[in-house]
Design a protein around this ligand. Structure first.
Ligand code: SF4
Length: 236
């Protein structure tokens, strides 16, 4: 039904109980497509990336790719090689998704960096970015890029992502009033002197209280992380 967007992630489905339906754009992260889409990625996040969570990480014996990974690579190349067509398809997908969600009595919300960290405010159709083209629609993302010029888009919510080696940016993000996600082995009650909210409950980050740390539990490959990407609260 959609050329670029999907709704499949189980965490995102949890949002439907609250009346929201999230649509996600999954590109091929890091430089897996031959093009970089995560300018501030770290060794740890690249290794633990959610790109291989769920069905995206299921490979046939002896293979290191699958139809999901290939589709993400195809979309990423499409974004770089035929930007205008990509943006028009994205526009049409969002318009279709809005109608689809509304038919089901749900509020559509959109996360364009499911497995990438692009500054979507910079990409336009006739000089308007996607947030300007859909001013009544809520968008949200996680980012490691500090200083993105998004505050004027009231319908775009950004949460900063902590990772191995970006501590100084985490401090700046908190000082700027952003919430910060941290991946833990066990989610604590407080961290860095702030309350920690469980961000695994839903993906609806625009509903979070302000000034908090958002705890995510290490999953999959992240459980074995030793880069500093995962914060271990239990003694090893
Ligand atoms: S920045 Fe995000 S999407 Fe990119 S490699 Fe790191 S965790 Fe994956």
């Amino acid at each position: 039904m959609f050329k670029l967007l999907s709704t499949a992630n189980p965490k995102i489905q949890k949002g439907t109980k609250l009346g929201y339906l999230s649509f996600i754009l999954h590109l091929s992260p890091a430089d897996l497509s031959g093009r970089e889409v995560c300018p501030k990625r770290t060794a740890g996040c690249t290794q633990a990336c959610l790109n291989t969570a769920g069905r995206g990480g299921m490979f046939r014996k002896g293979e290191n790719t699958n139809v999901i990974q290939q589709a993400r690579i195809r979309k990423t190349r499409y974004f770089f090689e035929a930007r205008d067509y990509f943006m028009m398809d994205l526009y049409e997908d969002i318009a279709r998704a809005v109608r689809y969600a509304e038919r089901q009595g749900l509020t559509p919300v959109f996360r364009l960096n499911g497995t990438s960290d692009l500054s979507w405010e910079k990409y336009t159709i006739n000089e308007n970015n996607i947030f300007e083209l859909f001013p009544d629609v809520q968008f949200y993302d996680y980012t490691k890029v500090l200083g993105r010029k998004t505050s004027k888009y009231k319908n775009y919510h950004l949460t900063f992502s902590a990772a191995d080696g970006n501590d100084a940016d985490v401090q700046k993000a908190l000082a700027q009033g952003m919430n910060v996600t941290v991946v833990f082995d066990e989610i604590p009650e407080t961290y860095m002197g702030r309350p920690v909210f469980n961000a695994d409950e839903t993906d609806l980050r625009f509903l979070d209280p302000k000034g908090v740390i958002l705890g995510l539990k290490a999953k999959g490959r992240a459980k074995k992380d030793r880069t500093g990407f995962v914060v271990f609260m239990k003694q090893a």
